[in-house]
Design a protein around this ligand. Sequence first.
Ligand SMILES: Nc1ncnc2c1ncn2[C@@H]1O[C@H](COP(=O)(O)OP(=O)(O)OP(=O)(O)O)[C@@H](O)[C@H]1O
Ligand SMILES: [Mg+2]
Length: 249
Amino acid sequence: MISVKELSVAYGENQQLTPALDKVTIEIDSGQIYTFIGPSGCGKSTFLYILAGILRDYQGIVTIDGKPVDPQKQRIGLILQNYGLLPWKNVYQNAILGAKIKDQPADEPYVRFIFQQLGIEDLLGRYPKELSGGQQQRVAIARAFILKPDLLLMDEPFSALDAITREEIQDLFLKIWKQHQVTTVFITHSVDEALYLGSKIVVFSPAPGKIIEVIDNPCFQLENLRARDEYYRMSKQLRKMLSEEWSKQ
Ligand SMILES: Nc1ncnc2c1ncn2[C@@H]1O[C@H](COP(=O)(O)OP(=O)(O)OP(=O)(O)O)[C@@H](O)[C@H]1O
Ligand SMILES: [Mg+2]
């Protein structure tokens, strides 16, 4: 379980501090997918940097299974909003990087399965600058999945993909998740994505981000979700909540 208590973050120096998160408190249960949704600039990426151990300058208490965040010790799969690929490594090297750092023996059939499912098997020798945004994003997804993490943190991981590819990769993610039920924090701008992928949906306020509500998603894993009344009801409710928050800005 991840426990976040009274987490506040501000960027800048002494007199010029701009708050990004304001007393965020949440318990993230193991084995669930939490989709986080909120307006641009409300602090979603900042929240993820803290869970990933990248940003350490904050107030409050953040623990994973009772211990402080330590990316050296915990197996955290991370997909950053800007993909986070190393420009001097090719696609293959970037994709296996996380697993390699952790000295994880290569599960070659699984690695090939991921490459093939993400449609990057023909790009393995290329360097990030030779890839489109969507291709880079798929390499970042491959890297996070290949690590087989205990905690998966994803910052708008499918945002650069076309609609069809996005739906395919959403399903791939759910398929992989069902096997290991990895605890996942998934940041998105999309109400549809939040409803399709999240077992829980966390709604953030505009900046500085506060949690308005944590919703048990009744739509999670419903067959034929997008054709259901429940989906329309929840979609409407979430949109209303977000637009009300927007108007307070
Ligand atoms: N390094 C930084 N220095 C100063 N301000 C920053 C820095 N990084 C982020 N901010 C500010 O902190 C706030 C939260 O940023 P953050 O990137 O966490 O938002 P976000 O919710 O992820 O936005 P988006 O949906 O656009 O990705 C914003 O106002 C942003 O301008
Ligand atoms: Mg962001």
